[in-house]
Design a protein around this ligand. Structure first.
Ligand code: HEM
Length: 187
């Protein structure tokens, strides 16, 4: 194991783990919806939406961090294909931390009850729906509601795959290749 490990900055580390935890929580909530009856599921869905919007805010901060900082270079012992795979996974994970909340927000804005049932961020303040979607013709809105819902669900499948690859890569470098990998992103 090398003695000196290039590490991400404290801000990047905090953003990484807070976003990761919120995404795990939101995936768990999303998968639990069906096991709760229609009468009991509302608070779970409300929490899911608030967490998702929080992820969107944090994703914007993460992108701003990325645009203004150079992340530590990938270690030299990575094979070229590993560097390429790691960079591709990171890029697509960036895309997903935006695409998941945005597709959820689009889906929710096209919900027929959205004009009556307002959305509140953790019950604290009203979070706006996307106006041009909410004000569409009801039939078009209904089909968009279905479409955005399918996009949201399909992106979740891509997310599972990418998180799996991301974790598998990190754990392989740490425990099979025996290099200090987790320390790069560990608080
Ligand atoms: C980190 C961001 C998010 C993640 C990881 C996430 C993940 C998920 C997952 C895994 C499901 C279950 C999909 C399935 O049934 O297979 C789901 C459903 C849902 N999500 Fe999200 N979501 C996020 C953000 C949002 C946001 C911001 C909103 C709305 C403002 C939202 C609204 C919904 C709704 C309404 C459903 C239920 C879909 C349905 O069954 O019709 N999500 N989400």
């Amino acid at each position: 194991m090398s003695a000196i490990v290039a590490r991400y900055s404290r801000t990047a580390i905090v953003l990484h783990w807070v976003i990761a935890l919120l995404i795990v929580a939101n995936v768990a909530l999303g998968l639990l919806f069906e096991s709760f009856g229609e009468d009991n599921v509302r608070p779970l869905i409300d929490a899911h939406k608030s967490i998702g919007i929080t992820v969107l805010g944090l994703a914007i901060m993460r992108l701003l961090w990325r645009a203004t900082h150079v992340p530590p270079a990938l270690p030299d012992h990575y094979k070229p294909w590993e560097k390429l795979a790691a960079k591709a996974a990171h890029l697509f994970l960036y895309v997903l931390i935006f695409a998941m909340p945005i597709s959820g927000w689009l889906h929710d804005s096209a919900w027929k009850a959205a004009p009556e049932i307002k959305m509140y961020w953790f019950g604290l303040f009203e979070w706006p729906r996307i106006g041009w979607i909410m004000n569409m013709d009801p039939a078009v809105k209904e089909s968009l509601h279905g479409l955005f819902g399918e996009v949201h669900e399909s992106l979740a499948l891509v997310l599972y795959l990418l998180v799996f690859l991301h974790l598998a890569g990190a754990l392989k470098h740490q425990f099979i290749d025996k290099h200090a990998e987790l320390q790069r992103m560990w608080p």
